[in-house]
Design a protein around this ligand. Structure first.
Ligand code: PGD
Length: 761
């Protein structure tokens, strides 16, 4: 049995050299998840890319967009593919410069530090002169910009979140806006060794801690928490939070001492709460109209929060929405008003159910990583502005207090991500993808992104290459020796870039003359030397590490309580915000004069919610959340992912009352639609979904109808979502919430093409 790390867990496997013949969860994992079943079952699927391909029109007529996504591919040899690609890179860098190359290449790729796909791509492009990069993520694009103004850098906040063990021991009440989802807490970038998604909640519950889960989906918090379920209209959490704050303020339940000592701007915010600035008191009756949550329950909840050691936690999903800054900021404000920030089990958390690593003890030392070199290009985009950039070269836009200009991109290079999974309004993205002269993709599978490229190069899966890995805030550092040979002609991204770099005269700079194994030994050795006495008691040499079962990294002896130092002495331990305090009003943000993100949090009415005019035509709020049966779009053809489909389509859930009103039954094939697009899905009728809501997770591979790319035959919700930013401040992705309508799909179900490779010529 050999160990292997993935973003969704660690497994032990037996292989016959070509395939995994036995896979079982790592014995150290207390809560293993079935997602590991996707790996072996997907490896040799017909959609695996096993040879380089070039789009026929590109091969025949040279660079240019028309036909991308429609035309067949021509299988070519590695020699031809690398010749064509190195020639094209040479042309674009020579004629248009590095500013014309988009190498942002967002995506989770695979676990493994050395073969991390973006690091490889960025290092390669830096050797050629640089590239236009992206900033922030689809996960946390809004938080990353807002939180440094309000409380802390988002990465610091996550890495040093109050430990789950501290919550289990001290919290009396956990109010979870967006829930504490066990499916999301099963994954973490870089990998998970021991899952702890449920155990800490059972322990807290056994001690008498209560959980309140505020979400349109009951199962956003696991059964172990025995949570009270409060289901406001989706997208209205800010109104609910304002009303909770209003009760605390009006009934003198707010901790004025903490507000004075540790925050700035409460008086200005209080004028808004009290209706002094706009004539509207944000009381529970006001919030009931917006949220649908009874005013009496809001009032009581505010009392309960004030009377208990309360953790206010906000999921990442809440900020992945229009005006997503507001509920996030209000989570901090509520926690500040309760005055418990910095106390064990109290305060504010962000993402306990959004990824495995939040609330885990932070290792005291990092693990090795491959240096990416220096990017000579300063131009960047906020990650979710990809379609805007490709469609509007030279146009200006706002971001985080700056006025920026979109570059004129001629070549797009993607490695380790799937924009035709992760971006919103896929028909618009498809249009945007016709603009560059050349699109290059390395992937393991014929994802929709690969199908919308010109040059497609087959990459190895992590089980097919030698690497080592460790997840964020994870204590284990594992060797990851290859488990099987790669199928067909698939190659490591590293080898592909090494050959291209050689052809372009940058071979030595890229490889530094090392093979993969030499790199692993070199990086490990450097890391081991750099640690000195900070490392684990005895760190083995590379040979012993490679043949061993992983190293346990040291963590602090005391579990973390976020902001404890700051609370103790805010002057000696100031925050990194502009004033060093928690900012309830931000004069810097106020100074930007963005109507969609003013100087203190507010209720801002989104374009698409159940109270808006559009809801008369599209009466259901689509929640496009993270899938349970796979990570994002990865290994969608794998056995576990496929087992959750209905007649091969992604499953959409809906409350029985909504199904009945539309004449729908469990198992029906349905059409979900709005003005942007439509998709098929299989229906699950389920009272765990709030009435007025339908839930369709992301990640079904986009399968556009040849006659209408706005129609996805498979169930990708991003044909429906809007490509609208959270605000001009953060320009974050807002894929979580969209208005739709659902009807029975009449007529024969169209055949899926996405489970077959594309046509070849
Ligand atoms: P993945 O499916 O993980 O999605 O978007 P992301 O692009 O990260 O894509 C990774 C791709 O990399 C896959 O195609 C995989 O095959 C490929 N790959 C894996 N390993 C390697 C490798 O070693 N080399 C190469 N060359 N390729 C590799 C995820 C993004 O989606 C995220 S993080 C979030 S949080 C967003 N969430 C939402 C949402 O809530 N709602 C909507 N509507 N949309 C979202 N999109 C976002």
């Amino acid at each position: 049995m050999t160990l292997h790390l993935t973003h969704w867990g660690t497994f032990e496997a037996v292989s016959d050299g070509e395939r995994l013949t036995e896979v079982r969860p790592w014995r150290g994992d207390p809560e293993p998840v079935p997602l590991i079943d996707n790996v072996a079952s997907a490896q040799h699927h017909p959609t695996r890319i096993t040879q380089p391909h070039v789009r026929k029109g590109w091969l025949d007529h040279g660079p240019g967009g028309p036909g991308r996504g429609d035309e067949p591919f021509v299988p070519v040899s590695w020699e031809t593919a690398l010749d064509l690609l190195s020639g094209e890179l040479r042309r674009v860098y020579r004629d248009h410069g590095a500013e014309a190359v988009y190498g942002g290449s967002y995506g989770w790729a695979s676990a493994g530090r050395f073969h991390h796909a973006q690091s490889q791509l960025h290092r390669f492009l830096n050797c050629l002169g640089g590239y236009v990069r992206h900033v922030n993520t689809y996960s946390l694009g809004t938080s990353a910009v807002l939180l440094p103004y309000v409380i802390a850098d988002v990465n610091e906040l996550q890495a040093h979140a109050t430990a789950k063990s501290v919550i289990a021991e001290h919290s009396e009440l956990v109010v979870a806006f967006g829930g504490v989802s066990p499916k999301n807490a099963a994954v973490s970038p870089g990998g998970v060794s021991r899952h702890h998604a449920r155990g800490w909640m059972s322990a807290a519950r056994a001690r008498g801690c209560r959980f309140v889960s505020v979400s349109p989906l009951r199962d956003d918090t696991p059964a172990e928490a025995q949570a009270e379920w409060i289901a406001p209209r989706p997208g209205t959490d800010a109104a609910l939070m304002l009303a909770l704050a209003q009760v605390l303020d009006a009934e003198q339940l707010a901790d004025t001492g903490f507000l004075e000592r540790c925050t700035v701007g409460f008086p200005r915010f209080a004028r808004y709460l009290r209706g002094e600035s706009d004539g509207v008191v944000k009381d529970p009756a006001w919030a009931e109209d917006i949220t649908g949550v009874p005013a009496a329950r809001i009032r009581e909840l505010a009392h309960e929060m004030a009377a208990a050691r309360t953790m206010v936690t906000v999921s990442w999903s809440l900020q992945r929405a229009r005006y997503g800054e507001q509920p996030l900021w209000l989570g901090v404000v509520l926690a500040a008003m309760l005055g418990q920030i910095g106390l064990p089990g109290g305060g504010f958390g962000h993402g306990y159910g959004s990824t495995a690593h939040v609330g885990e003890p932070a290792p005291l030392v990092g693990v090795p990583r491959l240096a990416q070199g220096r990017n000579a290009v300063a131009t960047f985009i906020p990650v979710a502005r990809i379609a805007d950039m490709l469609l509007n070269p030279g146009a200006g836009y706002d971001y985080d207090g700056q006025r920026l200009t979109y570059p004129d991109i001629r070549l797009v290079y993607w490695c380790g991500g799937n924009p035709f999974h992760h971006h919103q309004d896929l028909a618009r993205l498809r249009e945007a993808f016709t603009r560059p002269e050349t699109v290059v993709v390395h992937d393991q599978f014929w994802t929709a992104t690969a199908r919308h490229a010109d040059i497609v190069l087959p990459a190895t899966m992590s089980i097919e290459r030698d690497d080592f890995g460790s997840g964020q805030n994870d204590r284990m550092f594992f060797p990851m020796p290859a488990l099987t040979r790669p199928p067909g002609q698939a190659r490591d991204d590293y080898e592909i870039f090494a050959d291209l770099a050689e052809a372009l005269g940058a071979g030595k700079e890229f490889t530094e003359g090392r093979t993969v194994m030499e790199w692993l030994g070199h990086l490990y050795g450097e890391w081991r030397d750099s640690l000195g006495s900070r490392g684990p008691a005895s760190i083995p040499g590379f040979a012993d590490f490679w043949s061993g079962e992983g190293i346990e990294l040291p963590v602090a002896s005391e579990p973390q309580v976020a902001f404890a130092d700051f609370r103790r002495d805010p002057d000696r331990h100031p925050l990194t915000t502009p004033t060093g305090k928690i900012e309830i009003f931000s004069s810097v943000i106020d100074g930007y004069r963005y109507p969609d993100c003013p100087g203190h949090p507010r209720w801002l009415e989104p374009e698409e919610w159940l109270g808006s005019v559009s809801a008369q035509r599209f009466g259901l709020q689509l929640v496009a959340n993270q899938p349970k049966s796979r990570l994002h779009s990865q290994l969608d053809v794998g056995a576990h992912s496929q087992s959750a489909k209905i007649a091969g389509r992604e499953a959409a859930r809906m409350h029985p009352s909504d199904a009945q009103a539309r004449g729908l039954r469990d198992g029906d094939l349905v059409r979900i639609f709005n003005d942007r697009g439509s998709c098929l899905a299989g229906l699950r009728v389920d009272d765990a979904v709030r009435p007025g809501v339908t839930q369709l997770s992301t990640g079904a591979w986009y399968d556009p109808d040849p006659a209408d790319p706005r129609f996805c035959r498979h169930g990708n919700p991003n044909v429906l979502t809007a490509d609208r930013p959270s605000s001009r401040l953060s320009q974050g992705c807002t894929g979580q919430l969209t208005l739709v309508e659902v009807e029975p799909y009449r007529g024969p179900a169209p055949e899926l093409s996405v489970t077959r490779p594309p046509a070849t010529a």
